[in-house]
Design a protein around this ligand. Sequence first.
Ligand SMILES: Cc1cc2nc3c(=O)[nH]c(=O)nc-3n(C[C@H](O)[C@H](O)[C@H](O)COP(=O)(O)O)c2cc1C
Length: 324
Amino acid sequence: MKAIIVYYSLEGNVKSVVRMISNLTGADLLELVPKVPYPTGKVSKYISGKAALSHDEPELMPYDLDLDEYDTVIVATPVWAGNPAPPLNTFLATNDISEKRTGIIVSSMSGNGSKCADRIKKMIGSEPVCVMDVREPKKQDPDLLMDIEMSFARDMIGPYSTHEEWDLFDEEGNLLDMKMTRGAEIPEGCYHKIVSVWIRNTKGEYLLSKRSMEKLVSPGVWECTGGAVDVGETTLDAAVREVKEELGIDLDPSRGVLARSTKHDLMHEFYDVWVFEEDIDIADIKLQSEEVSDVRWMTKKDVDELWEKDEFNALLYYYKDIMY
Ligand SMILES: Cc1cc2nc3c(=O)[nH]c(=O)nc-3n(C[C@H](O)[C@H](O)[C@H](O)COP(=O)(O)O)c2cc1C
């Protein structure tokens, strides 16, 4: 999949979401900038709202885009007076994306952008593969927001399957007598488990690795090691196995501390975060090159910098709770 997200954002809500989706899927970003910027503030809302109601098509700053490069085009906009913000009208009036895989992201104060999404659907002229109708992302609960973003990213990437087999659990986390193959749709009311492993040394640095550019999800970003829990495993078993597979390091399970445990209903996932304190010599690490392209010890400041540049895995948005 080669994807681009074309967006307009006045106050940064749409921008924060599209940055995350780009991080999770590797999609390119194109920001639409009107020649005459829309003002912020209460009174100006009335004028901009009127422009949206009249389906204005303002002139945009020139942009560089070759649509032939992309099979998937996502459009993203705030909801203005129940409609898309006018810069998106201009983009859709001048670019035919009806033959592409498409997706729509709308952000609003009310959280009810369905009328706006329907209007965009009509303008595109085909059925989107993914729609996100989100309420003020900058004020959202981060766990819920990540669930919404991950579920959109999964629909955007589309179905893919591997040989991995997963156990299924009920909503309380009890093991069911059911299994599934990765990539298949998870049955309603069922969950699977995923895990992340943070390894800290006695200097207070964390062992982080860079995802291979070949990965379908989040290519090229830095992260801690992690993955899905296979059949018959606990999340601790999976943590130890993932580190062995990706870094060639043997962790002692008895040294693992469960630092975080969350449930993500839209993704049908339980997510456990394990922390290990180990002084590992980088020279002893054997990278699994299809998965990982680099590994380093990093401080929280290093990660802050990567986060600002969107080069840290968005799934690890909680890193400040773990790193100190
Ligand atoms: C001109 C204007 C009109 C708006 N109209 C609506 C509306 O009709 N319904 C709604 O729920 N939110 C409305 N909002 C709120 C925005 O949709 C919401 O704050 C959105 O998340 C902003 O995205 P942004 O920060 O990327 O610009 C409006 C905001 C502006 C500036």
